[in-house]
Design a protein around this ligand. Sequence first.
Ligand SMILES: [Zn+2]
Length: 283
Amino acid sequence: MNLHPIIAGNFMLDGGAMFGVVPKSIWQKTNPADENNMVKIAARCLLVEDGDRLTLIDAGMGNKQSDKFFSYYYRWGEETLESSIKKCGFHPDDITDVFLTHLHFDHCGGAVIKVGENSYDTTFKNANYWSNKAHWEWAIKPNKREVASFLKENILPIEESGQLSFLEKNSNDYLTETELGFQVLFVDGHTEKQMIPLINYKGKKIAFAADLVPTAGHIPLPYIPGYDIRPLTSLKEKDMFLNFCNDNNVFLFFEHDASEELGLVHETERGIRLKETFKIIEL
Ligand SMILES: [Zn+2]
């Protein structure tokens, strides 16, 4: 198996929204803000090359909304989803599977392209697109809190293409086995049934932490984004997940950290904290 981090464009988000109830005087030590209170955010996706299977986990925000829409997100850096895939030696048509942790625009937007005024197509025409039924139904009839994150032009064309498949949660175990060659953890704090992949790679375990632990700065328990719809559920889920990572030497893959790819955690007097950071090529 080979793992390729894929930068699908970087952007910025309001630091207060990213860290919820944690005061700026504390979060700015790990995630410094600019004069508009914005912090740097990556859209770091992951390409899993496993035999004949080439699975893309998440797809960044893409580029099909208006200039006005993107002006709120201060995009920076040169990389795009397509340029990063090509840099790894692949073509979008090589992708066999697209696994979407959830359908917020900064995770799935790149998976659908605009091909005309009000007409859309999937970016990866040979791929199965993976979500789950509960999350899909949640996203296509969004509540008023998340309506700005679930954009119908990012979501409905996937179903219309006939490329949509659903994974099903195994209700008895902490992790669900999948046919994709990795396990999945289902969590409900950030949104309904977000999916966190757990990948075995060179004898090590890597969790694609998505919005459960978006940056290395989010490891301390109360550091929960204001975006989360059920913060007390996030707190419980993070506690279990960080203990699981600590007990099993699981590397956290940070989708949104502007500089760090991977981190290992350890137990300290103050709780579980970041121990050391790594790049995938170092494993
Ligand atoms: Zn999200």
